[in-house]
Design a protein around this ligand. Structure first.
Ligand SMILES: Cc1cc2nc3c(=O)[nH]c(=O)nc-3n(C[C@H](O)[C@H](O)[C@H](O)COP(=O)(O)OP(=O)(O)OC[C@H]3O[C@@H](n4cnc5c(N)ncnc54)[C@H](O)[C@@H]3O)c2cc1C
Length: 460
């Protein structure tokens, strides 16, 4: 189906970054034959093509910056679980939460768990190498992709890998596609690895004197070789946001205590053992802690994490949500730097995220009508990116580069590295039709007005 009406073009013009670039048409191919024909025509006529899953990308990677055609694969949703092999055969538009449910119904488990899971597609997850809360223990999307099928920008059909646990036949272009943000090829189907579903879980929330103490305590937990499935960090500002939203103080009499939300999983015996060790750890390292006795109590602890993000909009009507990642040895230095950044910028900067893998969400809040705050936010992002790279980390742990991080690609990569990426892009997409204007071309988000639209996944 080809849609050229104003509403369809508007809907396809932006993702969660909310900066619109209207395409000439939104195309929903029915099958592989349709898609091959669309790509062959686009390639012949040099029409830009931007593939779209569900548009939850926070970086503008799904927005058609150069117009052209948006190819929407969100209707390609088939999921089949191979119970014997422990694999999921999925189409690109399958929702990640639907894959979770299908796997679990068959006694298996698909670990990658972005907070947008109810909405985002596996095609988008593969294109961004999505992570989530469980990555510290289980890894990211890349660790679960066994094989891919899809199209080169020229319209030629390709298959990278087979539904086997081993594959060593030729160059590994499957991994080149993973994280390529829809710039090297279009995924139509994937085979995903599943793991046995953990039988038991146990949750606790520990509070600390300050952020550096929380970071130190997390490192000491990992040094005990305890591997929580989830280790979410909440700084004092995130906790205060959650407390305002829930109307309750997490630790009575101690508002705004930075915390670690921990969840352990495994067999019942393994969880019992981890619980014993984690309680001993909390007894010596934490200022206070709450241990869930059942799932209801666990849910109450989770509310702190779930509520903090939406509540931040009381601090500013615009958010630059940066998903930086740093090595474990740099956790405390990052915490101290963030304190300085708040003081120097004068902006509220609540931070939470996945301390199990060092991937933190730094939320720079500002008022878009205030030019001084906009400038301060732009400066703060640059300082953050420079510092993260200096600490041995990366400017994105899971969201990718898209438009939003394009000004900082050169901080992460030497000219030779960017040159190699450009050469790969040119080899696979000689006419440059697939998702043009991204990654390599600088785009300054704060200079562009954002749409005032509410998306179903806002504040999740
Ligand atoms: C509330 C919220 C929470 C989030 N939490 C997380 C999180 O915890 N972890 C995380 O990693 N991300 C998170 N994200 C970011 C986002 O959900 C992910 O980047 C997700 O992978 C995007 O999937 P999508 O289907 O929406 O893709 P889109 O936004 O439609 O597209 C994203 C990119 O993938 C490309 N693409 C899409 N489909 C294909 C395909 N079939 N073939 C090739 N390229 C394709 C697009 O061209 C684009 O470059 C969150 C976003 C929101 C809004």
């Amino acid at each position: 189906m080809v849609r050229v009406g104003e509403t369809a073009r508007r809907e396809a013009s932006f993702d969660s970054l909310k900066i619109p670039f209207p395409p000439a048409a939104a195309i929903m191919p029915r099958d592989r034959r349709d898609l091959a024909a669309v790509l062959a025509l686009a390639n012949a006529r040099r029409v830009p093509v931007t593939v779209r899953g569900r548009g939850t990308s926070l970086t503008g990677s799904a927005a058609p910056r150069r117009g052209g055609w948006v190819v929407d694969l969100s209707g390609w949703r088939r999921i089949r679980i191979d119970r014997e092999a422990g694999m999921a055969h999925v189409q690109a538009g399958a929702r990640v939460a639907a894959i979770h449910r299908a796997a679990e119904a068959a006694g298996w488990f698909y670990p990658p768990d972005p907070s947008s899971r109810e909405y985002c597609t596996i095609g988008g997850n593969i294109a961004c190498n999505a992570g989530g809360m469980r990555a510290g223990k289980y890894g990211v999307t890349r660790d679960y992709v066994i094989a891919l099928k899809g199209f080169l920008p020229t319209g030629e059909y390709v298959e990278w890998g087979t539904p086997t646990r081993k594959f060593s036949a030729g160059f590994n272009l499957r991994d080149l596609w993973i994280g390529s943000e829809g710039m090297l090829g279009i995924v139509t189907e994937a085979v995903l690895k599943l793991v046995p579903r953990p039988a038991a879980r146990w949750t606790m929330l520990a509070a600390f004197r300050d952020e550096a103490a929380a970071c130190r305590a997390a490192r000491s937990l990992f040094a005990l070789r305890l591997q929580p499935e989830i280790c979410e960090f909440l700084d004092r500002y995130s906790v205060l946001c959650a407390e305002r939203a829930t109307g309750a103080t997490v630790f009575p009499g101690q508002p705004g205590r930075p915390g670690l939300l921990l969840e352990f999983s495994g067999s019942a015996g393994e969880v019992r053992e981890q619980r014993r060790a984690a309680l001993a750890w909390a007894g010596t390292k934490a200022a206070a802690f709450r241990a869930a006795r059942d799932r209801d109590e666990a849910e109450a602890l989770w509310a702190v994490r779930r509520k903090c993000s939406g509540a931040m909009f009381e601090l500013g009507d615009a958010k630059l949500n940066e998903d930086i990642v740093v090595p474990m040895r740099s956790y405390e230095r990052l915490a101290r730097f963030l304190d300085r950044l708040r003081r120097e910028s004068g902006l509220p900067i609540p931070v939470f995220g996945h301390l199990g893998d060092g991937n933190l969400h730094v939320n720079i809040m500002y008022r878009r009508a205030d030019p001084a705050q906009c400038r301060a936010a732009a400066r703060a992002v640059r300082r953050l990116m420079e510092t993260v790279v200096a600490l041995g980390g990366a400017i994105s742990g899971e969201h990718g580069i898209g438009l939003a991080k394009s000004p900082f690609l050169h901080l992460q990569h030497r000219p030779a590295q960017v040159g190699a990426m450009r050469a790969v892009k040119h080899a696979l997409d000689p006419r440059g039709i697939l998702n043009p204007g991204k990654i390599f071309e600088k785009f300054e988000v704060w200079k562009h007005p954002r749409l005032a639209v509410a998306l179903p996944w806002d504040h999740k």
